[in-house]
Design a protein around this ligand. Structure first.
Ligand SMILES: [Zn+2]
Length: 338
């Protein structure tokens, strides 16, 4: 991703904050979404009283979806949200308690990346300013909220939120999902598969878009939701290998899925990309693993626990794929990020 590759933009740092790093509670997702919405109105100052209703609403909804929203046993604020959901508290009281309890850690923690201050900030903390208490929203945030990618950022945050809470709900202690998370091509979604049932967790586009900076995996052009620019979920090693004498890892799995624009997807057809492009995929998978992404375990189970193992797995899969389907496709900018 851009930021990790040294390009600091409002968008890349935002993605780093929300898509990378370990999670101990889901407040930052609710807070990020609330901030973006507040900034979309164009105002540059908000009070906690103004942020509280939406912020609490997102967390109350999340608790209804999934009772576990943090790794610590108790949280006064989450208990308040639970009490509201149970009808034991009215909306006014919920908002008042949210102002008292809900922001204490998240306002300080949000602008941090791996313990350090992020290279740019989205607001100034003026909570102690008695004349105008609240947060001053900086231009970086206002621009982000007004950009064509604001919706993508929102969807990416929601996708990571679903993955994190699903990982906790499956009871795996360090918050990662095992190989029971599979790709459903009909829904283009990640699906949690148990013996009893399949349950859709989140869309693949939203789950992967941020890790490609919203750019096509092959031509590096920015993708928007418009018809013509994608993004479409793309099998790097073609899906039709599964109908041949394929001996290799499941190609219908996250390690082999990328997002591409319509024109690259069309041009590629049922071919593998040229070998020189493949380091991009290897790097993308390594980025996801390093990001503490809930898909980390899935990727490691599919392709190997170490970078060396994953390199070999990918090389072997590529060789076998091109033995069966020897005609390859050269992307417009081969190996542009390798
Ligand atoms: Zn493209």
């Amino acid at each position: 991703m851009d930021y990790r590759r040294g390009v600091v933009t409002g968008e890349s740092v935002w993605r780093a904050i929300l898509l990378y790093g370990a999670n101990s509670a889901t407040y930052k997702f609710a807070f990020g979404a609330t901030l973006l919405e507040a900034a979309a109105t164009g105002r540059n100052h908000v009070t906690l009283e103004e942020l509280a209703p939406r912020y609490a609403e997102l967390l109350c909804e999340a608790l209804q979806r999934q009772p576990r929203q943090g790794t610590s046993a108790r949280s006064k604020f989450l208990d308040t949200c639970r009490a509201f959901n149970a009808g034991e508290l009215d909306r006014d009281m919920l908002h008042r308690r949210t102002v008292q309890l809900g922001f204490s850690n998240v306002v300080d923690a949000f602008p941090k990346l791996g313990g350090d201050q992020a290279p740019l900030s989205y607001y100034e903390d003026q909570r102690r300013n008695s004349a105008a208490p609240g947060l001053v929203l900086r231009d970086e945030l206002l621009e982000l909220a007004g950009s064509v990618h604001a919706q993508d950022l929102d969807a990416e945050t929601a996708a990571r939120w679903r993955l994190v809470e699903t990982a906790w709900a499956t009871g795996i202690s360090d918050g990662v999902l095992g190989p029971s998370l599979v790709y459903d091509p009909d829904q283009q979604a990640l699906v949690l598969q148990s013996k009893q049932r399949r349950r859709s967790v989140t869309g693949v586009v939203a789950a992967l878009n941020g890790y490609q900076d919203g750019r096509c995996a092959y031509c590096n052009e920015l993708m928007t939701q418009n018809v013509g620019s994608g993004p479409i979920v793309e099998h790097v090693l073609p899906w039709k290998l599964l109908t041949r004498l394929w001996r290799g890892p499941d190609v219908d799995a996250i390690w082999n899925l990328v997002l591409a624009c319509w024109s690259c997807n069309n041009a590629k057809g049922g071919r593998a990309p040229h070998e020189t492009w493949m380091p991009w995929l290897e790097q993308r998978n390594n980025d996801l693993i390093e990001s503490r992404h809930p898909l980390r375990e899935v990727l490691m189970a599919q392709t190997g626990a170490t970078t060396a193992e994953r390199h070999d797995t990918l090389k072997l899969a590529y060789r076998r794929a091109t033995e069966l389907l020897p005609t390859v496709w050269t992307p417009p900018v081969a190996g542009h990020r390798a």
